[in-house]
Design a protein around this ligand. Structure first.
Ligand SMILES: Cc1cc2nc3c(=O)[nH]c(=O)nc-3n(C[C@H](O)[C@H](O)[C@H](O)COP(=O)(O)O)c2cc1C
Length: 214
């Protein structure tokens, strides 16, 4: 079977981007774009981002995770440290993040170094989660092969009973990573495929921005 998708094309024309919009504070522009995406009813999960890692098998892999906070220091998400991505990050902490907000015709690509956040911060976030999500984190040996669905459902039932009247502590292998950004590229769709791309790079002291050819 072959499906030809050559006819699927869209012209981008909603906005534009200047070097001066990014300047020396890409985080400010990221925040502005994030707020605009948050306000846009067409954007369903504004904080969904693709996380790319270089795997222990030598292959790159990207998957969606949810951004839970960001600041000048970095971008934070939570996961299982023993998952495929966790093992990949342990070997190669250099990772990529990509946001795509189609209704705004915008993409943001971040490269940075991942490191585990402080255990107390992971504790605080874990305690803020609904009990069902907490139990889910206990049940799931994320990325490991399992024989069937029932394994999960039965483990959840067992733990629901066990923790009915008890608080749940964060599993040691579950917590946050912060990606300290080294470069942030802003992409704004433009007509005729002549998109605006502004790349901000951290030189160790400050951010410098350049324009890239689309
Ligand atoms: C919308 C969406 C949000 C997700 N958020 C997270 C998340 O915040 N943390 C997480 O570990 N997995 C999240 N996942 C699941 C991951 O995409 C992935 O399946 C899982 O982390 C296992 O990846 P790995 O085997 O490469 O480690 C999310 C998936 C989707 C589609």
């Amino acid at each position: 079977m072959k499906e030809n998708l050559g006819h699927l094309r869209k012209s981008y024309q909603k906005s534009s981007l200047e070097l001066s919009d990014v300047g020396t504070s890409p985080l400010e522009l990221f925040q502005k774009w994030f707020e605009m995406a948050k306000m846009d009813p067409a954007v369903e999960e504004v904080n969904a981002m693709s996380l790319a890692t270089l795997g222990t098998d030598g292959f790159p892999k990207s998957r969606i995770v949810l951004l839970k906070s960001f600041s000048a220091e970095g971008f934070v998400f939570f996961t299982n440290y023993d998952s495929e991505k966790g093992l990949a990050i342990a070997q190669h902490p250099q990772v990529g993040l990509t946001f795509f907000w189609p209704s705004l015709e915008r993409q943001v690509i971040i490269k940075g170094r991942a490191s585990k956040i402080a255990t107390e911060e992971s504790d605080t976030y874990f305690q803020s989660r609904p009990k069902g999500s907490q139990l889910g984190a206990l049940v799931s040996k994320q990325s490991q092969e399992i024989p069937n669905r029932a394994v999960l459902d039965e483990a959840l039932k067992r733990l629901e009973k066990q923790y009915e009247a008890l608080p749940i502590s964060r599993p040691q292998n579950w917590g946050g990573y912060m990606i300290a950004p080294r470069s942030i590229e802003f992409w704004q769709g433009r007509p005729n495929r002549l998109h605006d791309r502004i790349l901000a790079r951290w030189d160790g002291e400050q951010w410098n921005s350049v324009r890239l050819s689309p």
